[in-house]
Ligand binder design. Sequence first.
Ligand code: FAD
Length: 539
Amino acid sequence: CPPWTPCHSSGATFSPGIHYIGERTVTDDDTWLTAKMIAIAGDPEYPISWHKMGYENEDTHERDGTGKGAYDVIKIADQPLVRLRAGTDEYEKELCRHFPGKERAVSEWIKTVKEAAAETMVFLVSRAWTPTVQRIWRALLGRNGFKWAGKTTHEVIASLGFSAREEQILCGQHGTTGEAPRDLCFLLHAWVVHHFINGGYFPVGGPMSIVKTLSSTIHKAGGRVFVRAHVERIPVENGEAVGVVLANGDTIKSRMGVISAAGLSATLHHLLSPADVERYMAAEMKFLRQVGGGVSCVCGFVGINGTAEELKLPSSNLWGFPEEATEGHDMDEIIMKYRNNLLDFSVEDGFCFISFLSARDPAYTHLHPDTTSCFIAAEAAPEAYEQLNEALGGAHTERRTKAYKNTKKQLETKLKNLLLKHFPQLEGRITSFDVSTPLSMYHYLKRFASYGLRQTPERFTHTLPRVGTAIRKFYLTGEDLVSGGFIAAVASAMVTATHVLGYTPLDILTGHHLLNDLPNVPQPPTLEQLTQAAKTEAM
Ligand SMILES: Cc1cc2nc3c(=O)[nH]c(=O)nc-3n(C[C@H](O)[C@H](O)[C@H](O)COP(=O)(O)OP(=O)(O)OC[C@H]3O[C@@H](n4cnc5c(N)ncnc54)[C@H](O)[C@@H]3O)c2cc1C
């Protein structure tokens, strides 16, 4: 299953890889882009309703349902909280409150973010084309010659005259990309800020509702979804991908082709043979080595006795920084310091992200009355876990030793203390605490990086990876194709389909694209209609 599907432990439900989704960009027919993409690919029999975060009063914590509260709260040491609320005006107001006298710079920042965010569409679609067409596409359609992809977030922030302390606030949500400002591609940061500027949303019923609507479409169209079906390899014959071989020995042959959503690293290191990689995908391998994998995470899944309302737990996320950045000790240094000392248990403090799924999903209390589920994550340096992995004899659960369990126990204590530091009302309320480490990530995705490839300018200015490959009928999709993030993964699916279905750049420019065409594809019949038709035929 994708990492964002729910997991269950000790009577609670968790959603490891989706805490919030944004992009409430209104399209022509008044729906927002994220919802529109999922709705047109999903089954209308299982519609998704999106719940807005920040529906409680920020001071009294009463659920007033207005959605005017914060969706993200940035807490830097003992400084006043930064509360990001839905709407550009609210965003601007909050920044101005924290940066007195910098009103013009704030307005310039927002203008720059919007300008750069507008280029993400150009970037996304370009992944469908060959490197040469990508270059022409970006040069012609990217306003300012696609320049924002080549800049770091720090460069842009510094050029607008913001201080190190202000940079920390402007990048308070950096954990969504896992890059510190001096490495983070500005195009991506602008996309993230813009993605959430109109608020954070959560699918009612949790991410499973997304799985339900999408898998139903696949089923009705005659496809099948297999879970726990590990693909061992992708055989290539005469330069063409011919299917997949599963770990149980079964082979599924393909007529139309094979699309890998497993990530670039797993695809090149595990699914294709070394000979095929050398012959057909040497450029992708070179790119992978050059760019590398991004940050890892240690996550805590916490079961809590009591409802979110009773415990006054917010629907917003908390981004907690232990130190305030200064000119001599900037955000990059702070991030690296706490990433690198996560396994140093003499250091108690750290950067963390905290969210309460039950506080943002109105369906949760029906499933688990009188309980709350919490997710806490801390960034981890992948190298430390690569070493730990080797020391423990490889990433096989059955071989994980007492030493690994001890390390997990110590991580649990560290995360628990961080949780109680930020939410002391949870003292005595914690009923279960499960920890996942980057080794857990490796177990599922064959990499330590939480969000796949690093999110640097080097990556976003490159023309690889792209959907098509030198192997005929073999395609790439998923977060490594575009960027980390749920909506990026959905967009990558659209881009891959664009390529596979043979759309041309001219089609896209003349409005002939999937967003317009998919709603016109006749819906497959519902189960009821099929049953009715079968009955009629039998009569
Ligand atoms: C801790 C965490 C929190 C996050 N929070 C958010 C958030 O709040 N909002 C947001 O928008 N994004 C969030 N993300 C990012 C988001 O979850 C990912 O970007 C997104 O899931 C990527 O989708 P994908 O389809 O590309 O890859 P995945 O979701 O990783 O799917 C790849 C699939 O391939 C399968 N696979 C791999 N190898 C094989 C094989 N050999 N055989 C069979 N199957 C295989 C895997 O099991 C997996 O199911 C978060 C990520 C993490 C790690």
